[in-house]
Ligand binder design. Structure first.
Ligand SMILES: [Zn+2]
Length: 475
């Protein structure tokens, strides 16, 4: 969380970033029936948890001004510092089970220690399991007098109707230009920053309506550039920082530019990009694209197809679980790209290099083959056959099995002759796609392109080859 976000976080209801939300909250609090269970629903970074803490203050303030907390009394300060024992904040995404909710209930039922009322804030509440929701429902139906629930969510469609009906619902929105600008102005004035209007407009445009994004970007920009911020510095910052949009990625994916994408990611790593955020942006993009295939939202049927879209979404979700396992921030996304394109791109390069060979180039090829023969004789290849298998396996397990059952026999005019013992293996290895994979494996291990052909040797089956693996695959 950025310093600006903490320092300039709204502390009173009237300071909330969304004026409509401020007004509604005031109206509800002014009515005689103070709800005990609330739902704050709306997009990420729209100020839900900030509002939940302000609500906790409003409920517990010792010297409120109407419904507005004073922000000075003992209770307000305790809540603002975030060290009150009576404010329980949990993350529904990581505490989603029924036992988590039972534990929560145990502590929630105890009387408040210092404050007038206990406030339980559950973030991302839609992530709870069905059983957990049932357990929660029981408290919501008959809550202890001194207990207030504030459930926050980015996706209230996933909350059971039975729970929803118990909640006083408050909607949060993406910020519009005016409210985002107001929120930024507070920081600009507070920090005495000189910034061009165009630079402000660009930052707002790139915040995607999220106050949190806006503040975080502005905070980082400020740390990098200081108190004078120009349009150019904003542009530079954005281009360095995660401005590799989902749409741009898709274009690169369609062009199968593995190397280009990997290079971009490496460069971004040097610039200190937050890859978790980048992954989220890409996920958002491809999710929107997936929905578009079903007529939901804006039409977007250029680029990758539905199956590919699904594939990249799966890979991106999977990458999220790898983020914590490595210190190399860009690595999970690089794996996504390699998994998605690695095979295709390399094969295409091969197809290109093979189809581009014209008769007049034949001489050159022969020269090269001779060179190959000198440096990679068959014994060398045989010695490193295990490495070839390892190199091939990620592309196709069957091809690896066929190769394991084959034997490098000789080099003939620079072409590796592979002895195989089943006609079926010969046919499969000679299939264009599988051939490319073998060529890739050979090149990876030997550091140069080596062509191959298969010769069928019968009668040697019993003595030479472990065939079990191959059979297993085709049973
Ligand atoms: Zn107070």
């Amino acid at each position: 969380m950025s310093v600006f976000h903490l320092k300039y976080r709204p502390q009173k209801i009237s300071e909330l970033d969304l004026p409509e939300v401020s007004q509604k909250l005031i109206n509800i609090l002014e009515s005689k029936d103070m709800p005990q269970s609330w739902l704050f629903a709306g997009p990420k970074g729209s100020g839900k948890t900030s509002a939940a803490r302000i609500l906790a203050k409003a409920i517990n303030c010792l010297k409120p001004d109407g419904v507005e907390p004073c922000d000075k009394c003992k209770n307000c300060l305790e809540i603002a510092r975030g060290n009150s024992l009576d404010i329980i904040e949990i993350d529904g995404a990581s505490n989603r089970g029924v036992d988590d909710i039972r534990n929560l209930k145990e502590s929630a039922y105890l009387s408040p220690v210092n404050l007038k009322k206990k406030v339980v804030i559950i973030d991302e509440v839609h992530m709870l399991t069905k059983e957990a929701f049932n357990a929660l429902l029981k408290v919501l139906e008959e809550p202890p007098k001194n207990l207030i629930f504030v459930l926050c969510t980015t996706d209230d469609n996933k909350i059971p109707e039975t729970v929803m009906s118990r909640l006083c619902q408050l909607r949060f929105y993406k910020g519009n230009e005016a409210s985002l600008k107001k929120s930024l102005d507070k920081i600009i004035k507070g920090e005495k920053i000189e910034i061009d209007d165009e630079a402000i407009d660009l930052l707002i445009k790139k915040s995607d309506g999220s106050f949190r994004n806006l503040q975080r970007n502005f905070n980082e920009l400020f740390l990098q550039t200081g108190v004078k911020i120009s349009l150019k510095s904003v542009k530079d910052y954005l281009s360095r920082n995660g401005e590799y949009l989902g749409a741009d990625l898709e274009i690169d994916l369609v062009d199968k530019k593995v190397e280009v994408i990997l290079e971009k990611l490496e460069k971004m790593a040097k610039d200190g990009v937050n890859f978790g955020d980048l992954r989220e942006k890409w996920l958002n993009y491809f999710q929107t694209k997936m929905l578009a295939f079903y007529g939901i939202g804006q039409k977007n049927d250029e680029g990758i197809n539905l199956l590919e879209t699904k594939k990249i979404i799966e890979l991106l979700v999977e990458a999220g679980s790898k983020e914590k396992l490595t210190q190399i921030g860009q690595l999970p996304l690089e794996m996504v790209i390699v998994d998605f394109l690695g095979k295709k791109s390399e094969i295409n390069n091969y197809e290109l290099s093979i189809t581009n060979v014209k008769p007049k180039d034949e001489e050159k090829i022969i020269e090269k083959d001779i060179e190959v023969e000198v440096t990679s004789d068959v014994e060398e290849i045989a010695k490193r056959w295990g490495e070839v298998l390892v190199a091939v396996k990620p592309y196709n397990h069957s091809v690896e099995a066929f190769l394991r059952a084959a034997r490098p026999k000789s080099m003939s005019k620079g072409i590796l002759v592979l002895e195989v013992f089943y006609k079926f293996h010969k046919e499969r290895l000679e299939e264009s796609k599988n051939r490319q994979i073998v060529l890739i494996g050979l090149e990876k291990v030997l550091g140069q392109k080596v062509d191959f052909k298969c010769v069928l040797t019968e009668n040697k089956i019993k003595n030479n080859i472990p065939t079990t693996d191959v059979k297993e695959i085709f049973v």
